[in-house]
Design a protein around this ligand. Sequence first.
Ligand code: ZN
Length: 269
Amino acid sequence: MSVAPGVRRIVAGNAGLMTGPGTNTYLFGLRAVAVLDPGPDDAPHLEAILAAAGPAIRWIIVTHTHPDHSPLASRLAKRTGARVIGLPPPDEGRQDATFAPQRQPVDGERLSVGDCQLIAIHTPGHASNCVCYLLERERLLFTGDHVLEGVSPVILPPDGDMSAYLHSLDKLQSHDFERIAPGHGGVMERGKEILAALRAHRLAREEKVLRSLRRLAGATLDELTPVVYDDVAVERHRWARLTLEAHLIKLARECRASERDGLWRPSHP
Ligand SMILES: [Zn+2]
């Protein structure tokens, strides 16, 4: 499916609670192709990418190394000889340890891949090695999991960091783009408004964390999760609990909450 002139999208068959309709793999160019986020190590998806671009694939780029984005890079590189670009996985148990980039993009660097120019923008937060890529020509921003369609991304500490996430949202606002092509879901118009809404959503959640802490006069993560996320389906609470922890870590760093023996309290009742 075409998402912009010279840019195609193939969706991996890994639809699910955390992956929405499945991971988006984007192909840039026709004669010399760059693959962005090859996706999970899945044979049918590998064959679909090869069928679409096969011998033209020269570069494999990843936005980050969660297991639904980068594991296919190694097999795809073996089949095509493509050069692998991305930041290496942090050692924290949730990342794709097989990912071994040959080139690490520097923040702000322009990558020439075939007839496309991409600006690499380091956006830690969802994961510390998240990189968004801006296709300047189309004013189209590829966000991986930093921005998703319809849901707000999970922040998984310790590698995921809420302060860094908000800072990265602000950083993206300074770039010139109009649309967002996320790691899961369809292309979104009015990208800057989406970033602003995401920021507002995070800060509203943070306020709710503080309000709940004050009302409960101290609570564990398990007690807080259903209170702070009473608007979120219970089957998502396992993940919401981790994002809540990311909020609490940020609040503790700002001396607005503190934890002792697993009990979180507000610093200012
Ligand atoms: Zn991710």
